[in-house]
Design a protein around this ligand. Structure first.
Ligand code: MN
Length: 726
């Protein structure tokens, strides 16, 4: 078991001024709370935090991180609370312990392996302080070293997660020795037989192996010297897991894996690279088909080197890479490209930049004397543009920052999106606009009655949600247009005893549709609803011209009669548009016409006919072809919305007097608001329902009679009603 003093010595070796009291305090605390706990191996539990802290000193981390290594399991595995940690050790260590505890709660289920990339990113996104990830890696490394004490099933589960999440994380952070060890340990527990086989075959005594490497190095250095080439030779034993991967990827036997020992020669010039290749090939027998010239033909990621495999001393196969220092630098620093090659998974450019930056940072950290400076640079949001969200089943989804439950709902299915009424985030109800945060678990609440709202377009962040919402409105608009077009056509056709259904059935309507270059009858009918085509244009294709003229005369006569009737009744009541029913009529909110006003109708795309007052500003510049004549009908009783503005004194009880005056004149108030000014005046805005102009004037007069009211005016167009213009 590693002793506390060993850790202290290691820390002081690279941070001579480290706060040893703090570290000792952490040790004493951890020993106390873990007292009596035993690991599966039978060792006292304390051995684990000590080993983790030890690994952290190998990474040369600061005293807060090493102390967190000692404390990392206290909140999760003992009665200690985060508040206690904060009280005893301060905010920084509490934050680190909390981060490690949070990551430990995330676990990858076997069915979610393809989510591994998201998990890795989420971990990095959530913690913000990269030390948390490093502590977690140290924790996982020690757990992997002692994995044999778990059940077989648990071993496989933890090993797979290590391979999917933690080894790639270590790799990204540039800590190759942790990555290599994690991979080998995971492989050992996932495929014990294969592991043993490979190990046996390559196993020689440690000394013998390194003696062999030294011998090859010595021979090569001597040859370089004889040929007056300045260069460096390195040799290493390939890790078991990478040998296994090579066997698997290339579908070959262990005997066919050549690079069990690999060497690298680095020289100054390209010419020397080829010289060295010649020297090696004359020294040892090259294995046919193994020579690759990546200098002449660089890899996509800019990697350049010569690769060859030869039968080296004692008949052993060795692989040798030859490159210049420039090529070496690219091979090492082009780390992002390296991942692509190794993991076989593309990373976008942004990711590349972030990770190579991070790796650089960790390298600097080794040289930095001042750990405060390091901590400041390390506290950054690695993925400021993304959030990582859990589904209730534990799946991870990636969204752009600022995404909302509506984005989440549309990512599941467009039906879920269309019908979402609310969401639970981490079990609590939130509004649909809520901005999701990394690590949130989101559950969507739907209702069959819910429909998308145009407001959603203002806050959704994903293009999927935007597209689906727009699509919904488009479809709805089309459906409405078809219904409206049908109604208009039916009404017109009925005048000639031509039922629309019959014309559709006989194929006559399809003929008309094709004549107007529409695909089908629905498109034709929708065009009528949109106001692109008139019913008369369609009738013109169906009826002979004489018949149409007759009808027009008749129609004119009918209208004249109607006008007489309107004059007689004083223009009360509902509206009538030439040949069109009331259901398709809406009243413009810019001018709020009431019976008695002179009115004009506009065919509004997809929305039927909008009625404006004849002098409404909004219709002046519009397409005259979409204008239709409208008259007030006197057969039905309706009320119409109007808005009035009341200027008055700011006086107690005045509002009550105004409202009672309005209702005594039998007008309903549908909306009201009152603002007061600094000079004790009040401006009231009222929305009322009135029967017609006479009624409105009566209401206005009633208000004007109240003492304290200066002026009442009817409101016309306002900016917010521009959407209602024709
Ligand atoms: Mn632990």
């Amino acid at each position: 078991m590693l002793r506390f003093n060993d850790i202290l010595d290691r820390l002081l070796a690279y941070h001579p001024n480290a706060d040893t009291d703090l570290l000792r305090k952490a040790y004493v605390f951890s020993a106390k709370v873990h007292m009596g706990q035993v690991r599966l191996s039978g060792e006292p539990y304390l051995s684990h935090p000590l080993e983790v802290a030890g690994i952290l000193t190998q990474l040369r981390l600061d005293v807060a991180a090493v102390a967190t290594g000692l404390l990392h399991d206290t909140v999760e595995d003992t009665l200690t609370t985060l508040e206690e940690i904060r009280d005893y050790f301060g905010e920084e260590i509490a934050h680190l312990v909390d981060g490690v505890t949070k990551i430990s709660k995330i676990s990858l289920r076997p069915s979610e392996k393809d989510q591994a990339e998201n998990f890795r990113k989420m971990i990095l996104a959530m913690v913000k302080d990269i030390r948390v990830v490093l502590i977690k890696l140290a924790d996982r490394l020690h757990n992997m070293r002692t994995l044999q004490y778990h059940s077989d099933e648990k071993q496989r589960e933890i090993a797979q997660e290590t391979l999917d999440i933690y080894a790639p994380l270590a790799h990204r952070l540039g800590i190759d020795w942790i990555k290599t060890e994690l991979e080998d340990l995971a492989f050992k527990h996932l495929h014990p037989d294969l592991y043993e086989e490979i190990q046996k075959k390559i196993a020689r005594k440690e000394k013998e192996r390194s003696r062999y490497i030294d011998e090859v190095k010595r021979i090569l250095m001597k040859k370089l010297y004889e040929n007056q080439i300045e260069g460096e030779v390195t040799g290493r034993l390939k890790q078991i897991y990478s040998i296994y991967q090579k066997m698997k990827d290339q579908n070959i036997d262990l005997d066919q894996v050549y690079d069990i020992t690999a060497f690298r020669v680095i020289v100054n010039t390209i010419k020397e690279c080829y010289d060295v290749l010649g020297i090696i090939h004359s020294l040892w027998k090259p294995i046919p088909g193994k020579f690759k010239d990546y200098i002449g033909l660089p890899k996509e990621n800019m990697y350049q080197s010569l690769h060859t495999a030869v039968i080296g001393p004692y008949g052993e196969r060795i692989e040798i890479q030859i490159r210049t220092w420039d090529m070496h630098k690219i091979a090492e620093e082009g780390i992002a490209a390296h991942w692509k090659y190794k993991e076989g998974k593309p990373l976008d450019e942004e990711d590349d930049k972030r990770f190579s930056w991070l790796r650089q940072l960790l390298e600097w950290q080794r040289d930095l004397k001042d750990d405060v400076e390091f901590i400041e640079t390390v506290k950054v949001d690695l993925f400021p543009n993304e959030v990582y969200i859990f589904t209730p089943k534990g799946e991870v989804k990636v969204f752009p920052a600022g995404a909302t439950p509506v984005d989440f709902a549309y990512s599941i299915h467009s039906d879920v999106g269309h019908h979402c009424v609310g969401a639970k985030v981490n079990g609590k109800l939130v509004p649909l606009k809520y901005e999701l945060k990394s690590g949130d678990t989101v559950e969507i609440i739907t209702s069959p009655n819910q429909r998308p709202s145009k407001d959603w377009l203002k806050f959704v962040k994903t293009s999927r949600a935007k597209t689906k919402i727009r699509q919904w409105f488009k479809t709805e608009e089309r459906e409405k247009s078809i219904a409206l077009g049908k109604e208009i056509l039916e009404k017109e056709l009925k005048k000639y005893d031509l039922p629309l259904a019959k014309l559709i059935k006989s194929g006559e309507m399809l003929k008309v549709a094709l004549e107007f270059s529409f695909q089908d009858v629905d498109d034709l009918v929708a065009a009528v609803g949109y106001g692109k085509l008139t019913a008369n244009q369609i009738l013109g294709k169906i009826l002979p011209p004489e018949k149409l003229e007759q009808k027009e005369e008749k129609e004119e006569g009918r209208l004249k009669g109607l006008l007489r009737k309107i004059r007689r009744t004083g223009g009360r009541d509902a509206i009538l548009i030439k040949g069109i029913d009331n259901v398709m009529v809406r009243y413009a909110r810019c001018c709020n016409p009431v019976p008695g006003d002179k009115v004009v109708g506009f065919i509004t795309r997809g929305r039927g006919v909008t009625i404006h007052t004849a002098d409404c500003q909004n219709i002046m510049d519009d397409d005259p072809h979409r204008r239709v004549e409208v008259e007030w009908d006197s057969t039905k009783e309706y009320t119409y919305p109007v808005r009035i503005r009341i200027y008055s004194e700011d006086k107690k009880g005045l509002l009550a007097e105004i409202t009672s005056s309005i209702s005594s004149n039998e007008a309903n108030i549908t909306n009201a608001s009152v603002n007061t000014t600094e000079d004790h005046k009040a401006i009231g805005l009222f929305e009322l329902q009135v029967n017609d102009l006479n009624h409105l004037n009566k209401v206005i007069k009633g208000i004007e009679r109240i003492k304290g009211v200066y002026r009442v005016e009817r409101m016309r167009a306002e900016l917010d009603s521009l959407g209602d213009s024709p």
